[in-house]
Design a protein around this ligand. Structure first.
Ligand SMILES: *Cc1c(COP(=O)(O)O)cnc(C)c1O
Length: 224
């Protein structure tokens, strides 16, 4: 299968899932996760019409964005765990950061002062505090802190489904967390959820931004 046919097939499945959920597929943004793949693959995706890509490592994001600076209108989403000391580099290279999960990181992003950066609060859907994401109890405090930072635009919530349990109930919980964030910031209506193996469930539970990697790109090269 070619890249073009995998992309078309995923888009068809997104349209089917949206229809089944009674939703308009135009309200769903498909982000292609290109981590570990070379810049050349991003270029191919761009030629196929892709305008949203996702990366999860700071250095890789910065390098690829620089290499592909000529691709007009391509938006870069940062979806990985972000160390505070990398805040400046990532906010300079990303159009949106999906993985803001602690107040200290908001302090760092705010002090960089990059204008109009879209940010999402990553919520931990597991009982394991070592996984990325704020604990649900800390959701409001984090959202309010982002709201108080003029250079950041709070867009909504992001999460990864837990391993070893069905994704659907976890995404249902996420929809409730999204509502709590909207109570603080009514325009923060993005829900970033759904990967290659669970995006249909995410669509049922209101995902607006899907982060799909391997189903489109094929298997990732070995992580180095
Ligand atoms: C890698 C990654 C994805 C994409 O995963 P696939 O299973 O390849 O679709 C989505 N979200 C995050 C946070 C990731 O790190």
């Amino acid at each position: 299968m070619t890249l073009a046919s995998r992309l078309a097939e995923v888009d068809e499945r997104i349209a089917d899932a949206a229809r089944a959920a009674g939703r308009d597929a135009n309200g769903i943004t498909r982000i292609v996760v290109t981590k570990f793949h070379p810049a050349a693959l991003v270029r191919e995706l761009y030629a196929l019409g892709v305008r949203e890509v996702g990366e999860n490592r700071a250095q890789e994001l910065v390098a690829k964005r620089a290499e592909l600076a000529g691709l007009d209108g391509l938006r870069w989403n940062f979806i990985g765990q972000l160390q505070s000391k990398k805040a400046r580099a990532v906010s300079g290279a990303a159009d949106a950061i999906h993985s803001v999960d602690r107040i200290k990181l908001v302090d760092s992003l705010g002090s960089v002062g990059e204008d109009e950066l879209d940010v999402l609060v990553q919520v931990n859907l597991t009982d394991d505090a070592g996984r990325g994401g704020v604990e649900p109890a800390g959701l409001e405090a984090l959202a309010e802190r982002i709201e108080s930072e003029g250079s950041l635009r709070l867009r909504g919530v992001m999460a990864v489904a837990p391993l070893g349990e069905p994704a659907a109930p976890a995404f249902e919980r996420l929809a409730g967390y999204a509502e709590r964030v909207r109570a603080i910031s009514p325009d923060a209506n993005w829900i970033s959820a759904g990967m290659s193996h669970d995006f249909a469930d995410a669509i049922i539970h209101g995902a607006t931004h899907l982060r799909i990697g391997s189903a489109i790109t094929g298997p990732r090269p070995m992580q180095v």
